[in-house]
Design a protein around this ligand. Structure first.
Ligand SMILES: [Cu+2]
Length: 225
């Protein structure tokens, strides 16, 4: 009798262990973004939404998200955030900046300031928000607002890693110079268990129309404007 119970216990433990191994952990979703010529594209946002379902309800962000201004540039150049995320806009330069956006996803203005404005800016609609500075024409940055918790930006090698739970997703890519809409890049992808999924996005880019930094302004920080 005792022996029988012991066997049953061992069997149960084995079954639980087996089930846990089966459930495993979701594999990585590795995404490579390249342009028409096959060259890696940096600063692309890739994001995965559950196919035929809704993304889980947003949870308050655990980290403070920041779009910095350093050496008269926005840092990072592209910041992806989830809908409903507040973003801080510190000015790390010793001159003043005047940040604005005319984008549909968020229109706002932070008039001439130094230091960090106390209140963050809330991004509550999905889409691309183009940032500019009234004083420094060449300063351009982007906040890309997505309605899913699974997103990442590509590095210089064009690679990004997402870690959604195993399941079926729709994957999209966006870039400041993307030709056409991010929706047009949509493709289904299945994230399996215990093995990585590799996806390659080939996207067409518009020419870089960013204004070059004026060389004569490089070292005129003594003008306090
Ligand atoms: Cu500026």
């Amino acid at each position: 009798m005792r022996r029988g119970r012991h066997r049953l216990f061992v069997l149960c433990v084995s079954l639980v262990a087996l089930t846990a191994a089966r459930a495993g952990v979701a594999g990585l979703l590795q995404v490579l973004v390249v342009d028409d010529a096959g060259k890696p594209v940096a600063n692309a946002v890739v994001y995965a939404g559950p196919r035929g379902g809704k993304a889980p309800a947003p949870t308050p962000p655990t980290e403070r998200l920041v779009m910095d201004q350093r050496d008269k540039e926005f840092v990072p150049y592209v910041l992806p955030v989830r809908v409903g995320t507040p973003v801080y806009f510190p000015n790390s330069d010793n001159i003043r900046h005047h940040v604005y956006s005319f984008s549909m996803a968020k229109t706002f203005e932070l008039p001439l300031y130094q230091g960090t404005p106390a209140a963050p800016v809330m991004f509550d609609k999905p889409g691309a928000v183009a940032l500019g500075c009234n004083i420094h024409d060449w300063m351009v940055g982007y906040i890309y607002v997505v309605d899913t918790p699974w997103f990442a930006t590509t590095g210089d090698d064009g690679n990004a890693r997402l870690t959604p739970p195993a399941g079926e997703y729709e994957l999209r890519a966006w870039h400041p110079r993307l030709k056409g809409s991010a929706d047009a890049t949509r493709r289904p992808v299945a994230v399996g268990v215990n093995n990585d999924t590799h996806v390659e996005f080939r996207i067409a880019l518009n020419p870089d129309r960013r204004k070059p930094r004026p060389a004569s302004h490089e070292h005129d920080d003594h003008y306090n404007y």
